[in-house]
Unconditional design. Structure first.
Length: 179
């Protein structure tokens, strides 16, 4: 019987990074606290969500979920857990482009909101060093599925503008530095 030697994966160049306290506070303010379950696109629409924009599951909440209260401590604990999960997702998926802190913060915010799968195209652009395409992709991510239909979500526009900015600033800085 032959066994393969375990070859450790190359560590991410972003290993050890954490979302900055300032970006975490901005995201926390954006994700308002709701101490019960709710449908994120209005009654009977969107996804079942609770607390600080925390996805419970796809599709609207059940009647039982809508009646379930949530404590402030539970909201804060789950928010912290989801931020840590998003940080780990960025580190795991952006392996060969060292991110500036603002870029890391932006990708954590995007991943918190869209998930690792939803952010995968952005990760691909960043890994290739194509920050212009990454910024464009982030800015375009302004829709959601509601009852099976893709709809424009106006509230995502300012969020995506903020998340795409660190990738636009870098591209401008590189152009200026080359002159």
């Amino acid at each position: 019987m032959t066994t393969k030697a375990h070859v450790p994966a190359t560590p991410s160049v972003n290993a050890g990074m954490k979302m900055s306290p300032e970006a975490r506070a901005r995201m926390r303010r954006r994700e308002r606290d709701v101490y019960n379950y709710y449908d994120d696109m209005g009654p009977g629409k969107g996804n079942c969500t609770w607390g600080a924009g925390i996805l419970a599951h796809k599709d609207p909440c059940t009647k039982e979920e809508l009646a379930r209260p949530v404590s402030a401590a539970a909201v804060e604990a789950e928010f912290s857990r989801r931020v840590a999960t998003a940080e780990a997702g960025v580190i795991r998926n952006v392996r060969n482009q060292k991110l500036a802190q603002g870029q890391f913060d932006a990708l954590v915010s995007l991943t918190f909101n869209a998930g690792v799968t939803g952010a995968s195209t952005v990760y691909d652009f960043v890994n290739r060093g194509d920050f212009r395409a990454a910024a464009s992709e982030i800015a375009s991510m302004t829709s959601a599925r509601v009852n099976g239909k893709k709809i424009f979500v106006r509230g995502l526009v300012p969020r995506r503008a903020e998340e795409s900015t660190p990738f636009r600033v870098t591209e401008t800085a590189v152009v200026v530095a080359k002159k």
